[in-house]
Design a protein around this ligand. Structure first.
Ligand code: SAM
Length: 290
């Protein structure tokens, strides 16, 4: 039977053979439990019609499972040591292309990626480097890539933030930024024990499915994003107090601000974590008019 990469012995073997150590600074924790990878493939609805963009293949633990179940895999790896190793560990899979590149520097809007627009079913899959989870997701959501879902392993706490409901402790500006475009659910929780080396925290596989239409579309999304971040600056303060700071340098005086709140029908004594994205939209638009 096949000797999978994603086992403790094979992973140790590969690391010894190439005499390399993992770099904490690049978030290198490798999966060594095939059943978790199986589950990741199953819950991500990957079939032979699926084109996968993978981020950070490492020595190929997840990539191998993707190669076996998907149509094709394009994997972006920042660490040149692994790019070399992957050409050996994955040599038998003809449907994998490894690209030596920092995912944050890849411009998916470039014409070299036009072919991805014709993919029947495009998905992003990754066991993410945890220290840049949010920048990576934001980078992908900012592109015109026509993927309809992302399945990503990340720190459990971050997954809980991205799936949080309004009025809860975990709900913040990141929750809103993600959920405005994507429907977020946790597929399953992953224990620390299935990685080498073992991370300090538990993980979760998060599924993000693109909504047909964003919940809210404002004229100036960047300003809207900044506005929401500002509203959450000091969680324990009222939205009034946080928003007042935002307009500090502007013309709007307190009376006008209060008018904006009234028109938006938002009680200024509420805290940001109690506002839905629709309420933020209403308040933002009314305050922009004054
Ligand atoms: N996919 C492998 C697995 O599941 O065992 C490795 C996952 S490990 C958590 C994260 C991988 O992402 C590492 O191989 C690391 O070198 C790579 N990586 C880190 N930063 C990256 C970046 N900016 N662009 C592409 N890959 C990156």
């Amino acid at each position: 039977s096949k000797r999978l990469i994603a086992t403790p012995t094979r992973t140790a073997e590969i690391m010894n053979q190439y005499d390399i150590k993992m770099k904490k600074s690049l978030g290198q924790n490798f999966l060594v439990e095939p059943s978790i990878l199986d589950k990741m493939i199953q819950t991500s609805d990957i079939t032979k019609n699926t084109t996968v963009i993978e981020i950070g293949p490492g020595i190929g633990a997840l990539t191998e499972f993707l190669a076996l179940s998907a149509k094709e895999v394009i994997a972006f790896e920042i660490d040149p040591r692994f790019v070399k190793i992957l050409s050996n560990t994955l040599s038998e899979y003809e449907n994998v292309k490894v690209v030596h590149e920092d995912i944050l520097k890849v411009n998916f809007n470039d014409s070299e990626f036009d072919y991805l627009k014709d993919a029947e079913d495009l998905i992003v899959v990754a066991n993410l480097p945890y220290y840049i989870t949010t920048p990576i997701i934001m980078h992908l959501l900012d592109t015109d890539l026509p993927f309809n879902r992302l399945a990503m392993m990340m720190q459990k706490e971050v997954a809980e933030r991205m799936t949080a409901e309004v009025g809860t402790k975990a709900y913040n500006s990141l929750t809103i930024a993600i959920q405005n475009k994507m429907e977020a659910t946790i597929s399953f929780i992953v224990p620390k024990s299935v990685f080498i080396p073992k991370p300090n925290v538990d993980s979760a596989v998060l599924m993000l499915r693109r909504r047909e239409k964003a919940l809210v579309e404002v004229e100036n999304p960047r300003e809207f994003e900044k506005f929401i971040q500002m509203a959450f600056t000091q969680r324990r303060k009222t939205i009034w107090n946080n928003v007042r700071n935002y307009y500090q340098n502007g013309e709007a005086d307190q009376t006008k601000l209060a008018e904006g709140f009234e028109q938006a029908e938002i009680d200024p004594k509420r805290r940001a974590e109690t506002l839905t994205v629709y309420e933020f939209e209403e308040l933002f638009n009314k305050l922009s008019e004054i």
